[in-house]
Design a protein around this ligand. Structure first.
Ligand code: GCU
Length: 337
């Protein structure tokens, strides 16, 4: 309503104005209430959105939305947007983010037992690996982070890790001599590379493409989908499948975020996480096959070296670990069927 200059607001107009104000405020308050009713959990990870793990996280978010009838949502921050894995774990401890999908390797700094996954050639097969993760050992390890305000929710498949290099293939451990190999922020990974004869260089995943491109490091190691989706193959055309470690991914929630959820919300989240696990494992298997074909088509030389010399190179390392916490878990894993 436009009031010409010199005129006062007629009584009806005043009524409309009040009505308008009250309506606007009611809408605003109800929108706020609705926003309060929706619990949004923030989840960070380092991988690209084309990675199968990202697809599984999106599936988990959809499941949560569906199971909670829209009352719970997950906002995913991919591609190291919120920092490296170590940084996001710390943010989660502070309560600044709720969930993190991380490799177990940087978790070693918080939960030493997780170091077991960084010890090379501990698992005999993928069957052995999943027997361990789905059994007592896997469950106990997920619970170990409580004193660090970290609650493990599940494991995701991250296959096995192998070397890739810029110049020249790695056929045997001696080919690593003099090479700077990027490792995750993990003591066991550093020890592994050192015992194989390379020079271990920890670098955050998000900074690795340019480190490889500029020759800051000569190579790195990872599973096929991460090698492809990070585009590291563009600068490292040799992929040597020595499969030294099977390092799973885990989803963690900060214990403060977990405790802020009602029993019902915890249940929805747990069910959604659990539903995403078989989805991720199936997707991983198909994507890994496709990935190997894509890498070959892109001209990457795939080498299948004899694993025995790599295993021999780290045999003493196994001995050395025996007295450590990771070593305690290693012995349990080795004895596990
Ligand atoms: C894997 C893992 C990532 C991790 C990366 C790395 O791809 O899934 O979580 O960041 O390895 O090497 O840093």
């Amino acid at each position: 309503m436009i009031i010409p200059p010199g005129h006062t607001l007629p009584i009806n107009g005043l009524r409309y104005l009040w009505f308008g104000i009250i309506l606007t405020m009611t809408c605003f308050l109800s929108a706020c209430r609705q926003a309060e009713d929706v619990r949004v959990l923030r989840l960070a990870h380092t991988l690209d959105t084309s990675h199968p793990v990202h697809a599984a996280l999106e599936f988990m978010a959809q499941e949560l939305n569906r199971r909670s009838s829209g009352k719970m949502q997950i906002k995913i921050y991919p591609g190291s947007q919120l920092g490296s894995e170590r940084e996001t774990i710390e943010l989660m401890q502070l309560g600044a983010i709720d969930l993190v999908k991380t490799s177990t390797s940087p978790l070693e700094g918080f939960i030493p037992g997780m170091g077991v996954f960084g010890i090379p050639y501990v698992f005999r097969s993928s069957e052995h690996f999943w027997n361990v993760l789905e059994g007592e050992i896997g469950r106990e390890l997920l619970e170990l982070g409580k004193s660090q305000k970290l609650k493990g929710l599940c494991y995701y498949d991250a296959g096995s890790r192998s070397f890739y290099t810029r110049t020249g293939a790695v056929n045997a451990p001696q080919d690593l001599k003099g090479l700077k190999i990027r490792v995750q922020n993990s003591r066991t990974s550093i020890q592994m590379i050192d015992s194989m004869g390379g020079a271990a260089t920890p670098i955050a995943f998000g900074e690795l493409y340019s480190a490889l491109d500029q020759g800051v490091v000569d190579g790195a190691e990872n599973n096929p989908p991460s090698f492809l989706s990070s585009r590291h193959y563009e600068v490292c055309p040799y992929y040597s499948l020595d499969e030294h470690t099977m390092v799973p991914d885990v989803i963690l929630i900060g214990t403060e975020s977990w405790e802020r959820l009602s029993d019902e919300q915890q249940q929805w989240l747990k069910e959604s996480v659990d539903a995403s696990v078989p989805f991720q494992r199936a997707l991983w298997a198909t994507k890994t096959k496709e990935t190997m074909a894509t890498l070959k088509d892109a001209g990457v030389e795939i080498i299948e070296p004899d694993k025995a010399p790599f295993q021999q190179a780290v045999a003493a390392l196994h001995e050395g670990f025996k007295e450590t916490e990771a070593g305690y878990w290693m012995q349990r894993v080795l004895q596990h069927p």
